[in-house]
Design a binder for this molecule. Structure first.
Ligand SMILES: [Zn+2]
Length: 494
């Protein structure tokens, strides 16, 4: 039995929560000096510590602690004055020590929040904790059809990732968002990604796995006063998938409850291709990790002055930037969303800083340049044109040197590597013909060739001048200022 989303929400109240893992962009690993470059040859970035060889001893990466405190402060958390790492014991081939050093009951940052905007409304998402741990290695299952361990002939393991600092950001349960639950979940991850990017603590690339989400979802009958049993959907690896995973779990759990069954507390897998989740291991069989304080590390006790100096060094956060840009560029919320969704905020801001008006900068980046990026399947920020060049084209239009049509040609030429806007204008002779005598020659030709039109204009049908303007624009290959041409024609015939 399937239940449609809207129908499910008429009876059930959804609650979701998110656990987000973020690989920190430190140069070296969490407890050793191995480098963390993505995509290196397997097992070339390892040492006795991150391979868990007997006798090796971990040392905490100070930069990772600093980054985690930065994240905690940006998420309005309290920073612990003293905390310890713990051993989380389990056996898995991608974890050579057979335990993971993590934080358990003493996280570095607790009790914060992040405000997210959805459809013009602000939803406050509570942050339960931000803690630091180390990433595992990566298994590669070879020979099967699915890339999963089932059906594989053999498995390979790469320990380059083992020991990379990993921050886990856990939200409090988010109730009361009703139909918007999937959208709010997606907006939270988007905002969190933007915050982390602004802090410059991670490259937050979901497609490379440096940011990964587990999505908890539950539903309960409206008015029941209790929350339902939650499921945990693992490794949801795109913003859109976060939204789809919550949506799909609400529908699935509603069907289970409608049929008189109970939702099982379990781990589920999200399938990008179908947009649904399937059952993984049951949480009721979840193992006991036998946590205990890590005996090889001293406690972390961040000095209050250090924490305050980190707070003072925080950059402008996305929410503050949003408010500032909306105000200073006179945007609506939707205008802002359009810029952000197009990935054009930085480019537009830099173009304005280079002297263009906000309206012109938005027009170019959301119009011509967004189209070009879309055609070539890249981000606008990766286009081979600088904000300064766009500002220069904009200035040439404002000065009357270029009209819109010529400006588009200049932009195209810059994108094709023909040089700066000024070089393109000079090399291609693209400037508007502003010399009236040159225009008058073309105008006289057009008048001579269109005597019938001239007669109509003299009869008072001024709009017929459009035919002559068109002829002049063709004759000058679009380089004339159409308004000036029309004035000259009317003067000539007066
Ligand atoms: Zn190492």
């Amino acid at each position: 039995m399937t239940v449609m989303y809207e129908e499910a929400l008429q009876r059930y109240e959804p609650v979701f929560g998110l656990e987000t893992h973020v690989e920190l962009g430190t140069v070296t690993k969490m407890f050793c000096g191995c480098v963390t470059t993505f995509g290196a040859e397997p097992n070339t970035q390892t040492c006795p510590v991150c391979l868990g060889l007997p006798g090796s001893l971990p040392v905490v990466n100070e930069r990772a602690i600093e980054y985690t405190i930065k994240i905690g402060l940006a998420l309005n958390c309290s920073i612990a004055t003293w905390c310890r790492f713990a051993r989380k014991n389990y056996f898995y081939p991608d974890m050579p020590k057979n335990f993971q050093i993590s934080q358990y009951d003493e996280p570095l940052c607790t009790d914060g929040y992040l405000d997210v905007a959805v459809g013009g409304k602000t939803v406050r998402v509570g942050i339960e904790r931000v803690h630091l741990e180390e990433d595992t290695g990566k298994s590669l299952h070879v020979g099967g059809a699915t890339g999963r361990i089932q059906g594989a002939e053999y498995s390979l393991v790469d320990y380059n990732r083992a020991g990379i600092p990993l921050v886990e950001i856990v939200t409090k349960p988010v109730p009361g968002t009703r139909y918007l639950a999937p959208e709010v979940a997606k907006a939270y991850v988007t905002e969190l990604r933007d915050v982390l990017r602004s802090l410059d603590v991670s490259d937050v690339r979901m497609e490379e796995g440096s940011m990964r989400c587990d999505v908890n979802t539950s539903i309960s009958l409206i008015g029941s006063g209790t929350w339902g049993t939650r499921t945990e959907t693992k490794n949801v690896n795109s913003l859109r998938s976060v939204e789809r995973a919550v949506h799909s779990e609400i529908e699935r759990q509603a069907a289970v409850l409608d049929a008189g069954n109970r939702v099982i507390q379990e781990t589920r897998h999200f399938h990008e291709d179908t947009g649904v989740t399937t059952s993984g291991r049951s949480k009721e069989e979840a193992q006991d990790y036998r946590y205990f304080p890590e005996p090889d590390l001293v406690p972390v006790a961040p000095d209050a002055d250090w924490v305050e100096s980190i707070r003072a060094s925080l950059p402008e956060l996305p929410s503050a930037r949003r408010a500032r840009l909306i105000e200073s560029w006179s945007l609506t919320e939707l205008d802002f969303e359009a810029l952000r969704n197009a990935g054009a905020l930085d480019a537009v801001e830099a173009t304005v800083a280079a002297g263009a008006s906000p309206a012109d900068a938005r027009k170019w980046w959301l119009g011509e340049l967004a189209r070009r990026a879309n055609d070539s399947g890249t981000e606008v920020s990766d286009l081979p044109i600088t904000p300064a060049a766009v500002a220069r084209v904009s200035a040439l239009v404002a000065a009357g040197t270029l009209n819109d049509r010529l400006a588009r040609q200049v932009i195209e030429a810059v994108l094709d590597g023909e040089g700066t806007p000024d070089e393109v204008v000079a090399a291609r002779g693209l400037a508007v013909v502003s010399d009236d005598s040159a225009l008058l020659a073309a105008i006289d030709e057009a008048i001579a060739a269109n005597q019938d039109v001239v007669a109509r204009i003299r009869d008072g049908k001024v709009q017929a001048a459009g035919v002559l303007v068109g002829a002049v624009m063709r004759a000058t290959r679009g380089k004339a200022d159409a308004a000036r041409v029309k004035d000259l024609i009317l003067e000539r015939l007066a």
